[in-house]
Design a protein around this ligand. Structure first.
Ligand code: SAH
Ligand code: F3S
Length: 455
């Protein structure tokens, strides 16, 4: 762009993001795409912005309604200055499509999770035509080819390795809003990781709805790379110290991946493996593709491979017809598997999913009571897990100054827990050894043992 054509002050973007890690990743990409194309900068002050983006999520809450009431709040903002544009992306946009602009005419752009890279064109088109621009198609992997080079924003980063999900669990809207599973080619993933490591990234989380369905093309070969092999390749990357992944599906949790926990020290001691329920009857109705016994067998084998593992999961309580007996089976499963971390949700029917046609026979009080019991049990295992770390020596990656300040730094253990300790800010981005001295309510406290370790 010539100097004369450049705007005097950068254009400002106000971005509201709901939902999961996948959405946070997509939001960061939206900002990067618009920075590269139009010089947009993100702002926390909406009055400075001429572009408002809402990245929506429809996995659980009555998200559509939330989006429409949120949009209602932006009517005055839009009217207050000419040329202001409102875009809605993410899963609600994908589900609603044109219905969104019909019901909320203040919306100018509607884009889906797979078309966020087309935002610059959609924005130009809407500005030129003064009419809404809508693109919620699923153009496979084109999105990744069109994203600007990744920019590190600290020593840890997310790298998306696949999109979509083809599992069709009966309660879940993701396969409809994000499309079928598509993997990025291996070389693209390795290049993105190498670029991030060159910028100081030491800890990478491989991201996807179902990362152990990853099957990346390997150059011109007809062979496909799975997640376990991808981890092996990444472990060779000098400078990259920790590899994480989320989320994986128990049915596809392979022996090769369990083996990686046994002999690949860069693979972090953390596993998020959503189980949803401990009752085979409910698992069958959810179409999860595994039984309680099969799940427990996999857990036992990962624990044998990696004894200090932190184990996390997702649970849904109150799935249609869930009885007290079914719920007790879920609670027993928590005791058997010893999950020390979990995301748990009350079931909510999602439009268009098979389970939405089932009679939702569990009343709201029962659902909430079950949720609280489940969360209390997980908290007990979390407390015990963290208490068990006190006195241990841990290698941690220093990520930032602690939120509480006071000269403390915040670092992450291999098992995903945060520890705060006194140390100079020059250590940010480094691996250091600490002794865990106390387990507080939400974080651990530690004492610096060695500053900087050669990894
Ligand atoms: N593989 C994805 C799953 C996305 S949904 C990921 O891990 O991000 C995330 C979690 O939301 C699911 O594991 C499930 O526990 C919960 N969930 C999905 N649909 C739901 C629904 N209709 N009601 C309640 N919880 C739901
Ligand atoms: Fe949803 Fe099941 Fe896929 S929970 S994201 S359909 S694995």
């Amino acid at each position: 762009m010539s100097e004369a054509a450049e705007p005097k002050t950068p254009r400002k973007l106000y971005l509201i993001s709901y939902g999961c890690q996948m959405n946070d990743y997509d939001s960061a990409k939206m900002a990067e795409v618009l920075a590269a194309s139009h010089g947009y900068e993100r702002t926390q002050q909406p009055e400075e912005a001429d572009l408002l983006l809402l990245n929506t999520c429809s996995i659980r809450e009555k998200a559509q309604e939330k989006v429409f009431s949120e949009l209602g709040r932006w009517r005055e903002w839009k009217a207050a200055a000419p040329g202001r544009v409102i875009g809605v992306g993410g899963c609600v946009a994908s589900q609603e499509g044109e219905a969104l602009t019909a019901r909320a005419p203040i919306v100018d752009i509607v884009f889906g999770p797979q078309t966020l890279h087309r935002l610059p064109e959609l924005l130009d088109r809407t500005r030129q035509t003064q009419a809404p621009s809508i693109d919620i198609s699923f153009p496979e992997i084109e999105k990744f080819d069109r994203l600007p080079e990744p920019k590190a924003s600290g020593p840890s980063a997310y790298v998306s390795i696949m999109e979509g999900c083809s599992k069709y669990c009966t309660f879940c809207v993701v396969p409809y809003t994000r499309g079928a599973e598509v993997s990025r080619p291996l070389d693209d993933v390795l290049t993105e990781c190498a670029l991030l490591v060159a910028q100081g990234v030491r800890d990478i989380t491989l991201l996807g709805q179902n990362v152990n369905a990853y099957r990346g093309k390997m150059g011109e070969s007809r062979e496909l790379c799975d997640l376990a092999l991808l981890i092996r390749y990444l472990a060779q990357l000098p400078g990259l110290e920790r590899i994480r992944f989320t989320t994986s599906h128990p049915a596809e949790f392979s022996d090769a991946l369990i083996q990686a926990y046994a002999d690949e020290p860069k693979l972090a001691s953390f596993l998020h493996l959503p189980v949803q329920s401990g009752s085979d009857r409910i698992l069958g109705m959810m179409k999860r593709g595994y039984t309680r016994a099969q799940f427990l067998d996999k857990i036992a084998r990962v624990r044998a491979a990696r004894p200090d593992l932190s184990l996390s999961s997702d649970f849904i309580v109150g799935f249609p017809t869930e009885s007290d007996e079914d719920f007790v089976l879920t609670m027993n499963l928590i005791d058997e598997a010893r999950f020390d971390c979990a995301f748990s949700f009350v079931y909510s029917p999602r439009p268009g999913t098979p389970a939405a046609n089932l009679r939702d026979g569990v009343d709201a009080d029962t659902k909430n009571r079950r949720l609280q019991m489940l969360q209390a049990r997980i908290r007990e295992y979390d407390d015990a897990f963290r208490a068990g770390l006190v006195g241990s020596r841990q290698r941690v990656l220093v990520e930032k100054a602690a939120t509480r300040g006071g000269g403390q730094l915040a670092a992450r253990l291999s098992n995903h827990r945060w520890v705060n300790f006194d140390a100079p800010e020059s250590l940010i981005g480094q691996l250091v050894d600490v002794e865990i001295t106390a387990a507080a309510a939400n974080s651990l406290r530690g004492r610096l043992l060695t500053d900087r370790v050669c990894a």
